[in-house]
Design a protein around this ligand. Structure first.
Ligand code: PLP
Length: 285
Protein backbone atom coordinates (compact mmCIF):
# COMPACT_ATOMS: atom_id res chain seq x y z
CA UNK A 1 0.00 0.00 0.00
CA UNK A 2 1.23 3.46 -0.89
CA UNK A 3 2.20 6.14 1.55
CA UNK A 4 0.77 9.52 0.57
CA UNK A 5 1.25 13.05 1.92
CA UNK A 6 -1.74 14.98 3.23
CA UNK A 7 -1.40 18.34 4.99
CA UNK A 8 1.88 17.74 6.76
CA UNK A 9 1.53 14.01 7.36
CA UNK A 10 2.72 10.87 5.64
CA UNK A 11 -0.10 8.33 5.88
CA UNK A 12 -1.18 5.05 4.30
CA UNK A 13 -3.38 5.79 1.27
CA UNK A 14 -6.40 4.14 2.93
CA UNK A 15 -6.10 6.44 5.95
CA UNK A 16 -5.77 9.69 3.98
CA UNK A 17 -8.67 12.09 4.60
CA UNK A 18 -9.88 15.33 2.98
CA UNK A 19 -12.90 17.36 4.10
CA UNK A 20 -16.13 17.12 2.07
CA UNK A 21 -16.06 20.94 2.14
CA UNK A 22 -12.72 21.07 0.36
CA UNK A 23 -12.98 23.56 -2.52
CA UNK A 24 -10.96 21.26 -4.74
CA UNK A 25 -13.70 18.64 -4.37
CA UNK A 26 -16.67 21.05 -4.55
CA UNK A 27 -15.46 23.61 -7.10
CA UNK A 28 -12.26 22.39 -8.77
CA UNK A 29 -10.67 25.32 -6.93
CA UNK A 30 -7.17 23.93 -7.00
CA UNK A 31 -4.06 23.44 -9.08
CA UNK A 32 -1.77 20.50 -9.67
CA UNK A 33 1.56 19.39 -11.06
CA UNK A 34 2.80 16.02 -12.30
CA UNK A 35 6.55 15.49 -12.15
CA UNK A 36 8.25 12.46 -13.64
CA UNK A 37 10.60 10.15 -11.79
CA UNK A 38 13.49 8.30 -13.47
CA UNK A 39 16.12 6.33 -11.52
CA UNK A 40 14.29 7.39 -8.35
CA UNK A 41 15.00 11.07 -9.11
CA UNK A 42 12.73 14.01 -9.94
CA UNK A 43 12.80 15.49 -13.46
CA UNK A 44 12.80 19.27 -13.98
CA UNK A 45 11.56 20.09 -10.47
CA UNK A 46 12.45 23.74 -10.89
CA UNK A 47 10.30 24.13 -14.01
CA UNK A 48 7.31 22.46 -12.34
CA UNK A 49 7.57 24.44 -9.12
CA UNK A 50 7.84 27.75 -11.01
CA UNK A 51 4.71 26.92 -12.99
CA UNK A 52 2.95 25.85 -9.78
CA UNK A 53 3.78 29.20 -8.21
CA UNK A 54 2.41 31.00 -11.26
CA UNK A 55 -0.82 28.90 -11.35
CA UNK A 56 -1.40 29.66 -7.67
CA UNK A 57 -0.67 33.38 -8.11
CA UNK A 58 -3.11 33.63 -11.05
CA UNK A 59 -5.84 32.27 -8.74
CA UNK A 60 -4.84 34.49 -5.83
CA UNK A 61 -3.32 31.70 -3.74
CA UNK A 62 0.06 31.74 -2.02
CA UNK A 63 2.63 28.95 -2.09
CA UNK A 64 1.76 26.87 0.99
CA UNK A 65 5.43 26.27 1.74
CA UNK A 66 8.84 27.04 0.22
CA UNK A 67 9.87 25.19 -2.94
CA UNK A 68 12.64 23.36 -1.08
CA UNK A 69 10.12 21.86 1.34
CA UNK A 70 7.99 20.68 -1.59
CA UNK A 71 11.06 19.05 -3.12
CA UNK A 72 11.81 17.32 0.19
CA UNK A 73 8.26 15.87 0.24
CA UNK A 74 8.64 14.67 -3.37
CA UNK A 75 11.88 12.92 -2.44
CA UNK A 76 10.52 11.42 0.73
CA UNK A 77 7.50 9.94 -1.08
CA UNK A 78 9.68 8.51 -3.87
CA UNK A 79 11.85 6.92 -1.22
CA UNK A 80 9.01 5.65 1.04
CA UNK A 81 7.28 4.08 -1.96
CA UNK A 82 10.49 2.85 -3.64
CA UNK A 83 9.57 4.48 -6.95
CA UNK A 84 12.20 3.90 -9.62
CA UNK A 85 10.20 5.12 -12.63
CA UNK A 86 6.87 6.90 -12.45
CA UNK A 87 5.50 10.23 -11.33
CA UNK A 88 4.69 12.40 -8.33
CA UNK A 89 1.27 14.07 -8.34
CA UNK A 90 0.86 17.26 -6.30
CA UNK A 91 -2.39 19.11 -5.68
CA UNK A 92 -3.03 22.31 -3.77
CA UNK A 93 -6.54 23.62 -3.19
CA UNK A 94 -7.96 26.73 -1.54
CA UNK A 95 -8.73 24.56 1.45
CA UNK A 96 -11.88 23.58 3.31
CA UNK A 97 -14.00 26.41 4.73
CA UNK A 98 -16.75 25.71 7.29
CA UNK A 99 -19.49 25.57 4.64
CA UNK A 100 -20.02 25.57 0.88
CA UNK A 101 -19.87 29.12 -0.44
CA UNK A 102 -18.99 30.58 -3.86
CA UNK A 103 -17.04 33.36 -2.16
CA UNK A 104 -13.45 32.53 -1.35
CA UNK A 105 -12.90 31.42 2.27
CA UNK A 106 -11.53 33.91 4.79
CA UNK A 107 -7.86 34.70 4.56
CA UNK A 108 -5.83 32.32 6.68
CA UNK A 109 -7.95 29.27 5.79
CA UNK A 110 -5.29 26.57 5.43
CA UNK A 111 -4.75 25.29 1.91
CA UNK A 112 -5.02 21.57 1.26
CA UNK A 113 -1.76 20.01 0.12
CA UNK A 114 -1.76 16.45 -1.22
CA UNK A 115 1.01 14.50 -2.92
CA UNK A 116 1.16 10.89 -4.02
CA UNK A 117 3.35 8.74 -6.24
CA UNK A 118 2.46 6.58 -9.22
CA UNK A 119 4.87 3.81 -10.11
CA UNK A 120 5.29 3.17 -13.86
CA UNK A 121 8.14 0.74 -14.52
CA UNK A 122 9.44 1.02 -18.08
CA UNK A 123 8.41 4.67 -18.41
CA UNK A 124 11.66 5.91 -19.99
CA UNK A 125 11.97 2.90 -22.27
CA UNK A 126 8.26 3.04 -23.18
CA UNK A 127 7.69 0.64 -26.02
CA UNK A 128 4.70 2.79 -27.06
CA UNK A 129 7.15 5.38 -28.45
CA UNK A 130 8.44 2.97 -31.09
CA UNK A 131 4.87 2.41 -32.24
CA UNK A 132 3.52 5.94 -31.82
CA UNK A 133 -0.05 6.94 -31.04
CA UNK A 134 -3.15 7.79 -33.07
CA UNK A 135 -5.31 10.82 -32.36
CA UNK A 136 -8.66 12.28 -33.38
CA UNK A 137 -9.60 15.96 -33.35
CA UNK A 138 -12.34 17.29 -31.09
CA UNK A 139 -13.60 20.83 -30.48
CA UNK A 140 -11.86 22.67 -27.65
CA UNK A 141 -14.67 23.76 -25.36
CA UNK A 142 -12.59 24.32 -22.21
CA UNK A 143 -12.55 27.59 -20.28
CA UNK A 144 -10.34 30.48 -21.35
CA UNK A 145 -7.50 30.15 -18.83
CA UNK A 146 -5.83 26.92 -19.91
CA UNK A 147 -2.48 28.44 -18.97
CA UNK A 148 -3.42 27.77 -15.34
CA UNK A 149 -2.98 24.10 -14.41
CA UNK A 150 -6.28 23.66 -12.58
CA UNK A 151 -7.81 20.34 -11.51
CA UNK A 152 -10.81 21.11 -13.73
CA UNK A 153 -10.18 18.10 -15.99
CA UNK A 154 -13.68 16.96 -16.96
CA UNK A 155 -13.44 17.89 -20.64
CA UNK A 156 -9.94 16.44 -21.15
CA UNK A 157 -11.24 13.30 -19.46
CA UNK A 158 -14.25 13.22 -21.83
CA UNK A 159 -11.84 13.80 -24.72
CA UNK A 160 -9.86 10.69 -23.76
CA UNK A 161 -13.12 8.72 -23.72
CA UNK A 162 -14.07 10.06 -27.18
CA UNK A 163 -10.65 8.89 -28.41
CA UNK A 164 -11.18 5.50 -26.84
CA UNK A 165 -14.63 5.18 -28.42
CA UNK A 166 -13.04 6.01 -31.80
CA UNK A 167 -10.47 3.26 -31.27
CA UNK A 168 -7.49 5.64 -30.94
CA UNK A 169 -5.19 6.80 -28.17
CA UNK A 170 -5.85 10.50 -27.62
CA UNK A 171 -7.45 13.67 -28.95
CA UNK A 172 -6.14 17.01 -30.20
CA UNK A 173 -8.41 19.94 -29.46
CA UNK A 174 -9.32 22.51 -32.11
CA UNK A 175 -10.52 26.09 -31.65
CA UNK A 176 -11.24 28.55 -34.49
CA UNK A 177 -9.86 26.01 -36.95
CA UNK A 178 -6.51 25.70 -35.19
CA UNK A 179 -5.10 23.00 -32.91
CA UNK A 180 -4.68 24.19 -29.34
CA UNK A 181 -3.14 21.12 -27.65
CA UNK A 182 -3.75 17.49 -26.75
CA UNK A 183 -6.05 16.53 -23.86
CA UNK A 184 -3.04 16.27 -21.53
CA UNK A 185 -0.08 17.24 -23.71
CA UNK A 186 1.28 19.80 -26.16
CA UNK A 187 0.97 19.13 -29.92
CA UNK A 188 3.64 19.47 -32.63
CA UNK A 189 4.15 18.89 -36.33
CA UNK A 190 7.39 18.64 -38.29
CA UNK A 191 8.10 19.90 -41.83
CA UNK A 192 11.60 19.14 -43.04
CA UNK A 193 13.91 20.33 -40.28
CA UNK A 194 11.27 22.64 -38.75
CA UNK A 195 9.28 21.92 -35.63
CA UNK A 196 5.96 23.76 -35.40
CA UNK A 197 4.01 24.10 -32.15
CA UNK A 198 1.40 26.56 -31.00
CA UNK A 199 2.66 29.80 -29.42
CA UNK A 200 2.07 30.25 -25.68
CA UNK A 201 -0.96 32.18 -24.45
CA UNK A 202 -4.09 31.68 -22.36
CA UNK A 203 -5.27 29.02 -24.85
CA UNK A 204 -2.76 26.32 -23.86
CA UNK A 205 -0.73 25.12 -20.92
CA UNK A 206 2.90 26.13 -21.02
CA UNK A 207 4.34 22.60 -20.90
CA UNK A 208 7.51 22.09 -18.90
CA UNK A 209 8.44 19.31 -21.33
CA UNK A 210 7.64 21.69 -24.22
CA UNK A 211 10.14 24.25 -22.92
CA UNK A 212 12.90 21.65 -22.54
CA UNK A 213 12.21 19.97 -25.90
CA UNK A 214 12.22 23.28 -27.80
CA UNK A 215 15.52 24.18 -26.13
CA UNK A 216 17.05 20.81 -27.11
CA UNK A 217 15.65 21.14 -30.66
CA UNK A 218 17.32 24.53 -31.12
CA UNK A 219 20.58 23.20 -29.67
CA UNK A 220 20.41 20.33 -32.20
CA UNK A 221 20.15 22.92 -35.04
CA UNK A 222 16.46 22.21 -35.72
CA UNK A 223 14.30 25.24 -36.57
CA UNK A 224 11.43 26.02 -34.20
CA UNK A 225 8.30 27.91 -35.26
CA UNK A 226 5.89 28.83 -32.48
CA UNK A 227 2.61 29.35 -34.31
CA UNK A 228 -0.78 27.68 -34.60
CA UNK A 229 -1.55 25.05 -37.25
CA UNK A 230 -4.70 23.34 -38.50
CA UNK A 231 -5.58 19.63 -38.59
CA UNK A 232 -5.33 19.83 -42.41
CA UNK A 233 -1.76 21.13 -42.19
CA UNK A 234 -0.90 18.47 -39.61
CA UNK A 235 -2.25 15.72 -41.89
CA UNK A 236 0.23 16.71 -44.61
CA UNK A 237 3.20 17.15 -42.24
CA UNK A 238 6.27 14.90 -42.33
CA UNK A 239 5.87 14.01 -38.65
CA UNK A 240 3.72 14.78 -35.62
CA UNK A 241 4.26 14.27 -31.92
CA UNK A 242 3.16 15.26 -28.44
CA UNK A 243 5.05 16.10 -25.25
CA UNK A 244 4.18 15.89 -21.57
CA UNK A 245 5.94 15.11 -18.31
CA UNK A 246 4.80 11.48 -18.34
CA UNK A 247 4.99 10.69 -22.09
CA UNK A 248 8.18 12.74 -22.77
CA UNK A 249 8.17 12.94 -26.60
CA UNK A 250 5.60 10.59 -28.16
CA UNK A 251 5.26 10.25 -31.94
CA UNK A 252 1.79 10.63 -33.52
CA UNK A 253 1.28 8.45 -36.60
CA UNK A 254 -2.36 9.14 -37.48
CA UNK A 255 -4.72 12.13 -37.18
CA UNK A 256 -8.45 11.66 -37.88
CA UNK A 257 -7.73 8.46 -39.82
CA UNK A 258 -5.04 10.06 -42.01
CA UNK A 259 -1.56 8.57 -41.82
CA UNK A 260 1.24 11.05 -41.03
CA UNK A 261 4.37 10.76 -43.17
CA UNK A 262 5.33 7.10 -43.53
CA UNK A 263 2.89 6.06 -40.81
CA UNK A 264 5.79 5.15 -38.51
CA UNK A 265 7.25 7.33 -35.75
CA UNK A 266 9.31 10.11 -37.35
CA UNK A 267 13.10 10.36 -36.99
CA UNK A 268 13.07 13.88 -35.49
CA UNK A 269 10.52 12.92 -32.85
CA UNK A 270 12.49 9.82 -31.88
CA UNK A 271 15.75 11.79 -31.75
CA UNK A 272 14.17 14.46 -29.57
CA UNK A 273 12.80 11.78 -27.27
CA UNK A 274 16.25 10.27 -26.88
CA UNK A 275 17.87 13.66 -26.20
CA UNK A 276 15.11 14.62 -23.76
CA UNK A 277 15.32 11.37 -21.77
CA UNK A 278 19.15 11.43 -21.68
CA UNK A 279 19.42 15.08 -20.66
CA UNK A 280 16.59 14.86 -18.12
CA UNK A 281 18.12 11.79 -16.56
CA UNK A 282 21.44 13.63 -16.17
CA UNK A 283 19.82 16.71 -14.64
CA UNK A 284 17.34 14.85 -12.38
CA UNK A 285 17.40 15.62 -8.65
N1 PLP B 1 -1.26 20.58 -21.98
C1 PLP B 1 -2.15 20.07 -21.12
C2 PLP B 1 -3.58 20.40 -21.28
C3 PLP B 1 -1.71 19.22 -20.08
O1 PLP B 1 -2.61 18.70 -19.21
C4 PLP B 1 -0.34 18.91 -19.97
C5 PLP B 1 0.16 18.03 -18.90
O2 PLP B 1 -0.55 17.51 -18.10
C6 PLP B 1 0.55 19.46 -20.91
C7 PLP B 1 0.05 20.29 -21.90
C8 PLP B 1 2.02 19.14 -20.86
O3 PLP B 1 2.65 19.80 -19.81
P1 PLP B 1 3.97 19.19 -19.12
O4 PLP B 1 4.96 19.02 -20.21
O5 PLP B 1 4.38 20.23 -18.15
O6 PLP B 1 3.57 17.91 -18.50
Amino acid sequence: MRTVYVNGEYVAENDAKISVFDRGFLMADGVYEVTSVIDGKILDFEGHVLRLERSLAELGMPMPMPADDLLAIHRELVSLNAVDEGAVYLQITRGAPADRDFAFPPEGTPQTVVLFTQSKPGLAGDAAASKGIKVISIPDIRWGRRDIKTVQLLYPSMGKMMAKAAGVDDAWMVEDGMVTEGTSNNAYIVRGNTIITRHLGNEILSGITRAAVLRFAREAQMTVEERSFSIEEAQTADEAFITSATTFVMPVTEIDGVQIGSGSPGPLALRLREIYVDESRKAAV
